[in-house]
Design a protein around this ligand. Structure first.
Ligand code: HEM
Length: 156
């Protein structure tokens, strides 16, 4: 395995671990807070770290994947598409959908929680609970997509 393949694999594991931690630990822990202000603060504290981390890690996964792909293209030349075309197409399609969910979780949900805390606005318990539910649902969909991508990747 090349250096970029190792980074590709390690960042995949890091992204999976961070997303599982948010869905299975940090959001459930915030939900247990009876005071809405503390519930919002706890969730926002976790997302303030997760948001930039997940965007950076997804970026590194794609860059290292592209590096590895270049090596395959050089080695396989005219046989590249016949050997990897269809599998790669499915992998890139699933990756594209994962990026949409990943950026929505970071910018569309996490950043809004952080913004609400930083603006010091009065938290609406109903809004907080719906945001926490959306974060958990999007995290679970992202993990299912990630599992599908890894499964496709093993065929590569
Ligand atoms: C979030 C998106 C992605 C995930 C989770 C992911 C995951 C993986 C995993 C787990 C492997 C190792 C499979 C094995 O060794 O059996 C792999 C291999 C590979 N991936 Fe990705 N990948 C992603 C995106 C991409 C992208 C966007 C590209 C190309 C632009 C790419 C290109 C490759 C290549 C060429 C290999 C073979 C690497 C080698 O054996 O050296 N991947 N990927």
């Amino acid at each position: 395995m090349t250096f970029s393949s190792w980074i590709h694999l390690i960042t995949t594991v890091l992204y999976a671990a961070a997303t599982v931690a948010v869905a299975a630990y940090y959001i459930p822990r915030a939900r247990r807070e009876s005071d809405p202000t503390r519930r919002l603060e706890q969730a926002a504290r976790a997302m303030k770290i997760y948001d930039p981390f997940c965007i950076a890690v997804l970026g590194v996964i794609i860059m290292t994947g592209a590096f590895s792909l270049t090596a395959y293209k050089e080695a396989l030349r005219e046989r590249f598409f016949e050997a990897m075309g269809v599998v790669l197409l499915w992998k890139l399609l699933a990756t594209f959908v994962l990026i949409i969910f990943g950026t929505y979780m970071a910018f569309g949900l996490g950043n809004r929680l952080v913004g609400r805390v930083e603006l010091g606005e009065e938290p609406d318990p109903k809004w907080i609970d719906s945001m926490l539910t959306r974060i958990q649902v999007v995290a679970i969909v992202s993990l299912v997509l990630l599992a599908a991508i890894v499964w496709i990747a093993t065929a590569l």
